[in-house]
Design a protein around this ligand. Structure first.
Ligand code: HEC
Ligand code: HEC
Ligand code: HEC
Ligand code: HEC
Ligand code: HEC
Ligand code: HEC
Ligand code: HEC
Ligand code: HEC
Length: 424
């Protein structure tokens, strides 16, 4: 038996090893073009931040190099350097910078987008949903009060109160929960409101990324607002999943047509300029009802808003087709409203009769009622407008009816226990 390993085998193994190493290195290291881009940003226009940060945080510089802003000559300091009187600023390497650029910085170059955003429910109202007006300066409150899509009490004052679940869970929990999503509209110490980078993920600020449903799905998901899941089930979502890679994701804003997108994403229906509709960051201007509310009512500009959305649909569907979708969805809303009122009356009666406390979330029935409208009611309503039959049915109306039955039986048991509504 030859104890020596044949030379051809040694050579063969070495060649294979070198090839594997080469492939590994090739995929791990940035390609020539990408390295060039990093250098281009690091050294062009004397951007001192990028030059140093190419060593400190190469990833940030690399990502930023890919952005259209870098190509247009916008520098790190355009967003990060702030005036000395800015309470969010601090000294850094001879500059006065902020590590969290706010819409105040973006506003310098994107006035329209910033002002539309500030007047949408993505701004002030998203934060008010947690703690009412806490944390707002008078100027921030005034701006927020002027939002057309604000929901108001019958006497006209904006709906603003501490949220019971927020208070029940407390700061330590909500910091890692509610606040992560709702900070899209946080009041900032420099007087501005919100965080553009919740959608325009840093540092590429990519147009194709923000037009994709996954970006919205960071927040618009789960049992209380399953818009992303509904979209995935809809014919539109299936078109996106199966053919989206062929769509023209980088078309110039305002010029999008069905040639670029044969089916819509969240952005197309709610924000993009598409066909005759202009681009908007005021996401409420295409919505006709307050669907998130316990009982859904029409928005102040319902008729015009609905026309705006229909204008988008009608790039691809006939008016009568769209009309039918809306009529069906409106009936789902009416049905949910009726059932939520029925459950709400039962709970109010129990409180009036002293059978349960008026303190929020102090009895099982409080949780049951919350699930009824906040999970099942909302889900059915969203599913009906956005093409999700399974969400209207099996995640919506059916569990809602079952929940109503549960509440009725629990109420009957409580009444019996306490002798027909007698005070405790
Ligand atoms: C000479 C090198 C150098 C220059 C020039 C420089 N930085 Fe830095 N920067 C650093 C280093 C090192 C750190 C990390 C340590 C620290 O926080 O000081 C840092 C940290 C930061 C942070 C904080 C990150 C965090 O997570 O808190 C930001 C934001 C930042 N730099 C932005 C800038 C901007 C914008 C400029 C240009 C106006 C700039 N830097 C110029 C070296 C530099
Ligand atoms: C178009 C505006 C814009 C430009 C230009 C920009 N940034 Fe930023 N940067 C942001 C935003 C927005 C954030 C995150 C703010 C937040 O967390 O609320 C951020 C965050 C950062 C952070 C903190 C990130 C972390 O995870 O700790 C660093 C460091 C930073 N930027 C460095 C840079 C450098 C270096 C450049 C230039 C290569 C640059 N930025 C260019 C907007 C910008
Ligand atoms: C100094 C001016 C300036 C500032 C500050 C600035 N931008 Fe820009 N932004 C530009 C320019 C210039 C373009 C490129 C326009 C073009 O090429 O169509 C651009 C493009 C964009 C785009 C479109 C990207 C694309 O691919 O078409 C987005 C999104 C964007 N900016 C977001 C932001 C956000 C968010 C901020 C604040 C955190 C910000 N910008 C701050 C100047 C600025
Ligand atoms: C995963 C992200 C996310 C988390 C976590 C989250 N929310 Fe929301 N919340 C949303 C989204 C998205 C909507 C919008 C739903 C719609 O408009 O249909 C919303 C809507 C609301 C609304 C109704 C809108 C309004 O202004 O009255 C309230 C109230 C609310 N959330 C409170 C909370 C509270 C309190 C918590 C924590 C206990 C919380 N949310 C946690 C994403 C989130
Ligand atoms: C809810 C997510 C979201 C938020 C928050 C958001 N944007 Fe946008 N933005 C989008 C989408 C989606 C588009 C692409 C619209 C389209 O398809 O043409 C866009 C497009 C843009 C563009 C290019 C549009 C044009 O007409 O040239 C700019 C600039 C921009 N956003 C700036 C901002 C600024 C500044 C903020 C914060 C004040 C902000 N955005 C907040 C989703 C968002
Ligand atoms: C960081 C979390 C977050 C992201 C990302 C996000 N949203 Fe929202 N969105 C919210 C919250 C919170 C609300 C509820 C605000 C309120 O009513 O109080 C909301 C509300 C809305 C509304 C209802 C507005 C109204 O007038 O009632 C629409 C439509 C919407 N978002 C669309 C989008 C689209 C489209 C995207 C992606 C391009 C997106 N959102 C990305 C958190 C987010
Ligand atoms: C085919 C167009 C279309 C697509 C795609 C679409 N939506 Fe909608 N969306 C609608 C319509 C229509 C309504 C109900 C409008 C009304 O109130 O008249 C709606 C309602 C909403 C609401 C409810 C606001 C409230 O009053 O509570 C939110 C939030 C929302 N959509 C977010 C999203 C998100 C996030 C996506 C993607 C995951 C998405 N939508 C995809 C058409 C669409
Ligand atoms: C960019 C084009 C486009 C836009 C905008 C659009 N749709 Fe669609 N829609 C499609 C396509 C493509 C299909 C898949 C057709 C099929 O089922 O064969 C579809 C399917 C549907 C379906 C399912 C039809 C079925 O037979 O199962 C409904 C419902 C629907 N759309 C409603 C709407 C509504 C409502 C709007 C506006 C809020 C809208 N669409 C906006 C392109 C679009």
């Amino acid at each position: 038996m030859a104890r020596e390993i044949p030379r051809t085998l040694v050579v063969g193994v070495s060649v294979v090893a070198i090839v594997i190493l080469a492939v590994y290195l090739f995929t791990k290291l940035p390609s020539g073009g990408e390295t060039a881009k990093v250098q281009q940003v690091s050294y062009s226009g004397g951007d001192k931040c990028a030059t140093c940060h190419a060593r400190v945080t190469p990833d940030i510089v690399y990502q930023y190099a890919l952005s259209t802003m870098a190509k247009a000559g916008v520098k790190c300091e355009d967003c990060h350097v702030v005036r000395k009187d800015n309470p969010m600023g601090y000294e850094h390497e001879g500059f006065f910078i902020t590590s969290t650029p706010t819409p105040k910085q973006c506003w310098k170059c994107h006035i329209r987008e910033t002002e539309e955003f500030e007047h949408s429910r993505h701004a002030g109202p998203a934060w008010m949903a947690l703690t009412g007006w806490d944390g707002f300066t008078p100027a921030q409150k005034k701006l927020t009060e002027s939002i057309p899509e604000l929901n108001r009490e019958p006497n006209g004052t904006p709906v603003a109160a501490h949220n019971a679940v927020f208070d029940m869970e407390g700061q330590n929990i909500t910091e890692a929960a509610c606040q992560v999503c709702h900070s899209i509209g946080r009041p900032n110490k420099d007087g501005s409101i919100g965080d553009c980078s919740k959608c325009h993920l840093r540092h590429e600020f990519s147009l194709s990324q923000v037009r994709k449903p996954e970006v919205c799905g960071q927040c618009h998901l789960g049992p209380d607002h399953p818009q992303h899941e509904i979209y995935e089930e809809s014919a539109h979502g299936v078109m996106y999943a199966t053919q989206g890679d062929q769509w023209n994701w980088n078309q110039v804003p305002g010029r999008l047509t069905t040639k670029d997108f044969p089916a819509p994403t969240c952005a197309i229906c709610h924000m993009s300029g598409f066909g005759g509709e202009g681009t908007t960051h005021e996401v409420g201007t295409r919505l006709s009802k307050f669907l998130f509310a316990t009982i859904s009512t029409d928005r102040p500009n319902a008729v015009q808003n609905r026309r705006n959305m229909e204008e988008v649909c009608q790039n691809c569907h006939t008016p009568s087709f769209v009309d039918t979708v809306y009529k069906r969805a409106d009936s789902v809303v009416a049905f949910v409203n009726l059932k939520v009122e029925e459950a709400s009356d039962i709970v109010s009666e129990l409180i009036k009769g002293g059978l349960i406390s008026s303190k929020p979330f102090s009895s099982n029935i409080d949780y049951d009622f919350f699930d009824l409208w906040h999970y099942y009611g909302r889900t059915a309503k969203f599913g009906a407008y956005m093409g999700g039959p399974d969400f209207v049915q099996w995640h919506g109306i059916y569990p809602l009816l079952r929940q109503l039955q549960k509440i009725k039986e629990e109420a009957a048991r409580l009444r019996e226990e306490h002798g027909q509504g007698r005070m405790k």
